[in-house]
Design a protein around this ligand. Structure first.
Ligand SMILES: [Zn+2]
Length: 450
């Protein structure tokens, strides 16, 4: 068992400094760590559990608590502080909140951020929370300083923000703060000419939208004037991968010479989809999926989901809480998934002619195909898990275990691997605008027969 003392650096590879020397607070890489609770004399709040891999925040830890110790062994769940998460209104991604909170308090935060991660993982939620935090006026009193630690800003609840109660916070929560502009792609130029940027919510993740150069000019114009009632004007650009090159170039100009009150927060699935010159100018925050346990707990505790629904959604969401929350109120998401799995299970029992007919049927709804293939990938991954009999194999499609086990019994590892590869290839080809019917037929014929 290895222990880390106050002031020491954690040896976990992804870990930032646990405790920069002489400073009272810091983020600790919590995976596989274990806090010796008795060492933390005034920390009942650390007793809440948080998921493995989350960072924990040690609020107000002072030298009087010197000797806080961490072990790298024993458990993958840890008592973690969630008060920062609560303040920011965010489940998980504690490391990001912690890093942002520290930077904001030290008045060293960036003025451009790039939040990346899969759909539904919480990018926009974090962007909004960051905006709320930056605009909050409830903590205008100077950050408390602690003589013991030089001029390091001290994390304590007295100065915790966003306060949730000031004018700015209330307006941000209602979505009407005039110092925040949230922009995302529009369905078409005609739409923009008629309605501007205020498009209705997407009906699905697949719906195509484009960020237009005109929208970037709107943003630039809006940013040029002083904030209405706060310190900053904050532009949130959602799904910036939808920006065409012209729009990205226009945005780059704003990014190169922003007004001093401007803060720009971009979200995108993947930084690789943006111009490198844009990527290099923002502080990157890459959000990873949360653990199934975290999603499940949040669905039950914060969204009042019945426990069995929460368990299923947590698994199939792949750790994307936003997706799981949407699925709670949109049963068609689950139906679409069930249809896709049923179709795959049926396909595997069918002969050539039937497969072609079924593939034609599926390809008719070509807009739904990427999601179908995505769902099929989770199936083959599950079969592979069961086939290789990994201990504690935790399948995604928990409601299809019987059928999955049947496939695991019927197919060799090579069969399953080939099915996985073929499905991946099909998904890629669709992305490159290949003929949907042809791609689906080829895939249907290449799957092993049960
Ligand atoms: Zn506030």
């Amino acid at each position: 068992m290895e222990w880390y003392k106050f002031g020491q650096e954690c040896s976990q590879p992804q870990a930032p400094k646990c405790f920069p020397d002489g400073q009272p607070a810091g983020a600790v890489w919590a995976q596989d760590c274990h806090i010796e609770r008795s060492e933390i004399s005034r920390s009942a709040r650390y007793d809440k559990s948080c998921a493995a891999g989350e960072f924990i925040e040690l609020h107000g830890a002072t030298k009087t608590l010197g000797g806080l110790r961490f072990s790298t062994s024993t458990c993958d769940r840890i008592g973690g502080v969630s008060s920062l998460n609560e303040r920011w209104g965010i489940v998980g991604h504690g490391w990001a909140i912690s890093a942002l909170e520290h930077a904001i308090r030290a008045q060293r935060h960036a003025h451009a951020f790039l939040i990346t991660g899969p759909h539904g993982v919480g990018k926009t939620t974090l962007a909004r929370a960051l905006a709320k935090r930056l605009l909050c006026t409830g903590i205008d009193a100077p950050v408390s300083q602690n003589a013991l630690f030089g001029n390091a800003p001290v994390m304590n609840d007295e100065v915790a923000a966003p306060c949730g109660a000031c004018r700015a916070c209330v307006k941000t929560t209602k979505g009407v703060n005039p110092d925040i502009m949230l922009l995302e792609g529009v369905p078409s130029r005609e739409f923009y000419n008629k309605h501007g940027s205020t498009a209705p919510p997407r009906t699905s993740d697949r719906e195509k939208r484009t960020v237009l150069v005109d929208q970037m000019r709107d943003l630039e114009k809006w940013l040029a004037t002083a904030p209405f009632e706060s310190k900053y004007k904050i532009g949130i650009l959602r799904r910036f991968e939808d920006a065409n090159e012209e729009a990205q170039n226009a945005f780059l100009k704003t990014l190169e010479e922003p007004p001093s009150h401007a803060v720009l927060i971009l979200t995108a699935q993947d930084a690789g989809l943006l111009l490198p010159t844009i990527v290099s100018r923002g502080q990157p925050l890459t959000l990873r999926p949360l653990s199934a346990e975290t999603v499940e707990r949040a669905l039950v505790e914060k969204w009042n989901a019945p426990a069995p629904d929460a368990q299923l959604l947590a698994r199939i969401s792949g750790g994307r809480l936003g997706w799981a929350v949407r699925a709670l109120s949109a049963p068609q998401l689950l139906e679409t998934r069930r249809d896709a799995l049923d179709a795959l299970y049926a396909l595997a029992r069918e002969g050539r002619a039937e497969r072609i007919t079924r593939a034609e049927g599926l390809a008719k709804d070509s807009a739904a195909l990427p999601q179908v293939f995505e769902t099929w990938l989770t199936w083959w991954r599950d079969v592979l898990l069961l086939r290789s009999q990994q201990e504690n194999a935790r399948v995604t499609n928990v409601d299809y275990v019987t059928q999955l086990e049947q496939h695991a019994g019927a197919f060799s590892i090579d069969d399953i691997q080939r099915a996985l590869n073929a499905t991946r290839a099909a998904a890629r080809q669709l992305g490159q605008n290949a003929n949907a019917r042809l791609v689906t037929e080829v895939l249907a014929l290449s799957l092993p027969r049960a």
